[in-house]
Write a protein that binds this ligand. Structure first.
Ligand SMILES: [Zn+2]
Length: 280
């Protein structure tokens, strides 16, 4: 375990804390990784091969010590298998989330299994899984997550793979937070990919976490990103890359190039994630 030094980038001083955590990464089982990447290739090209070993190699190259592997259940009948896979893969340097599918027959049972297996949270995706956060049929799901202390990570905003209208807008996500203020909510993509006006209007300052996946130069200017981080407070911002859909080294370099204080860097790259993951 190295000490958070970003190799190969002399512009940035070494970190003064022990561990850089990427809160938003993906990989796929060996057998399906190539296919998963090929399906998306026309709209969004990949930066690694989509396997666990590819992710770990990318982390070593970037100087990232720990990553959260976000798992999305792709069909109602697949949650048992996908969560069992996540539990098997839940070993350093990766910490896995579990998942539910909103249309599965017993999502509460699935959530209990995820919690009992020691996974820290679940990931959901309103576009990919075709649901809305204001659907009453799912309220017990969020209540159970709160009771069991599982965080809920959700995709937020536009997604290259899906056409509008978008279900997970900053406005809708703010509404969801107000309905379930006790749920530890983590909004990917800074609360709403490519919907930055609405992020600033509806989300900044609310007690929800925003991750930095895809908050990269292709999607947001550095000035605006810094303004959102400061308006929201670095205490609820999580470093994330969306690997393999963006480069970990590139995203780490971009966020490190922002004029953040050492204390803000420590929160964003390490402390906030460590607290959510209950690391010692
Ligand atoms: Zn992602």
């Amino acid at each position: 375990m190295h000490c958070g030094r970003l190799r190969g980038n002399s512009r940035n001083r070494p970190f003064s804390f022990k561990m850089v955590i990427d809160f938003h990464a993906h990989f796929y089982p060996e057998k399906v990784a190539a296919k998963a990447l090929a399906v998306c290739a026309a709209r969004i090209p990949a930066w690694s091969d989509g396997t666990r070993s590819g992710l770990e190699a990318s982390m070593r190259e970037a100087g990232i010590d720990l990553a959260v592997g976000l798992t999305v259940v792709n069909a109602p009948g697949n949650s048992t298998n996908i969560n069992a896979w996540a539990v098997r893969e839940n070993r350093r340097p990766l910490i896995m989330t579990g998942g539910i599918h909103p249309d599965e027959p017993e999502p509460l049972r699935t959530i209990e299994t995820v919690a009992a297996a020691g996974l820290p949270g679940i990931k959901v995706h309103p576009e990919y899984q075709h649901f809305r956060f204001d659907e009453e049929r799912l309220f017990p799901v969020w209540e159970r997550c709160e009771e069991l202390g599982l965080f809920v990570v959700t995709h937020a905003g536009w997604d290259a793979m899906f056409d509008s209208p978008c279900r997970g807008t900053p406005e809708k996500l703010a509404e969801f937070h107000r309905r379930f203020p006790g749920v530890k909510l983590i909004l990917a993509h800074l609360g709403g990919l490519a919907m930055w006006d609405d992020v600033e209007k509806y989300l900044t300052g609310l007690p929800v976490y925003l991750d930095l996946a895809m908050a990269s130069p292709d999607y947001i200017e550095a000035d605006r990103l810094l303004r959102i981080i400061r308006a929201h407070g670095a205490g609820r911002i999580l470093f994330g890359t969306d690997s393999p859909w963006y480069g970990q080294k590139e995203q780490l370099g971009f966020i490190r190039s922002l004029p953040l204080s050492p204390a803000e860097q420590e929160q964003i790259f390490h402390r906030n994630a460590a607290e959510l993951l209950r690391l010692p």
